[in-house]
Write a protein that binds this ligand. Structure first.
Ligand code: SF4
Length: 331
């Protein structure tokens, strides 16, 4: 697809055609199955200061928490009990967990629950990332947020796009299934930047691609910026599906934070994954990258059942499989 075609589709030139083509391609490659990943948000501490993020270091209004390794493993056990094939172990950039701590999480989750383990821990040293891979970690999610160098530097003070991209590459070399993604309508993002971001993301030939709309978080420098458009996020997801037929594409919880029911609708425009939170009720409301993310403080089983019901409402089947990368199996 040429950049000009992407721009046209992002401007809404043919939403019906775009969404139905993306949906057909998703069904062709994944059937009716939707993979579920249980997310364990084990720490909301972060050393970074991304301007759009509620977990940024400078935000003193967030009640910070950390789960012990045993508590994380209890969540993994719950994942297995609830028939989930994958857990996503996620935190801010929190270096208080040693590489041995995280390795215990990986090996423990495998022993207790026999699940695929995705790590989403931010910018950890390459030696740590290799160590966890050696201990059995299957996937790593490291979002780029935008490929525009100036916007990246502005949005993520003190961090460089080139470094992030180098990390994505080293994850691949380490043998992980690699996921990355962007935020649509990030303050300062133009339609041209978004079109280019979708191209660049696709060039990375990723196993998983996450696109979520910007949701303003209070008490951050972007707190007063307008929320992203759900429709723009849908168009971006659909374009990504056309460009990446075999990638796992989640319908993100950020969609639901902007509009009730948008997450399930995302499953009709190219997404094939949903990621309900398994974070314990006592701390889940504090993992507020943006407001409303864990507002539903039901217990994990109820959250999972809500996600499964949403999948069924759009005529899909919630899968219990690990949902590994088809890109790897087939090419
Ligand atoms: Fe930290 Fe990630 Fe939030 Fe940036 S986006 S402040 S790295 S949790």
């Amino acid at each position: 697809m040429r950049p000009s075609e992407i721009s046209q589709l992002l401007s809404g030139a043919d939403d019906a055609g775009l969404f139905s083509a993306a949906d057909a391609l998703t069904r062709q490659n994944f059937g009716d199955e939707v993979y579920l990943r249980g997310v364990i948000e084990f720490s909301n501490h972060c050393v970074n200061n991304c301007r759009y993020c509620g977990l940024r270091r400078a935000n003193r209004k967030v009640h910070r928490y950390r789960l012990a390794v045993e508590e994380i493993l209890a969540c993994a056990a719950l994942a297995r009990e609830l028939s989930l094939g994958t857990v996503v172990v996620q935190s801010g950039d929190d270096y208080s967990y040693s590489r041995e701590d995280i390795a215990r999480v990986v090996t423990g989750a495998k022993e207790i629950a026999d699940v695929a383990v995705t790590l989403s821990l931010g910018d950890r040293p390459e030696s740590d990332v290799l160590y966890w891979r050696e201990h059995g970690a299957d996937r790593y999610l490291l979002k780029v947020e935008t490929f525009d160098e100036a916007l990246y530097a502005k949005s993520r003070p003190g961090l460089r796009l080139a470094d992030r991209l180098a990390r994505v590459e080293s994850l691949r070399k380490a043998g992980y299934e690699v996921g990355s993604g962007i935020i649509t309508d990030l303050p300062g993002m133009t339609p041209d930047i978004l079109a280019s971001d979708l191209m660049r993301l696709s060039e990375l030939d990723l196993d998983m691609i996450a696109v979520g709309p910007f949701v303003p978080s209070p008490d951050t420098p972007c707190g007063d910026a307008p929320p992203g458009s759900v429709l723009t996020a849908f168009r971006a997801m659909a374009v990504l599906r056309l460009l990446n037929p075999l990638a796992n594409i989640p319908s993100t919880s950020a969609l639901n934070a902007l509009r009730d029911g948008a997450r399930e609708q995302g499953l009709t425009v190219g997404a094939n994954v949903v990621m309900p939170s398994l974070t314990p009720e006592t701390v889940g409301g504090d993992y507020a990258i943006y407001p409303g993310k864990n507002a539903l403080r039901a217990d994990a089983a109820a959250r999972l059942e809500a996600a499964r019901a949403a999948v069924r409402r759009v005529g899909r089947v919630p899968s219990t499989s690990v949902g590994g990368s088809k890109r790897r199996r087939h090419g």
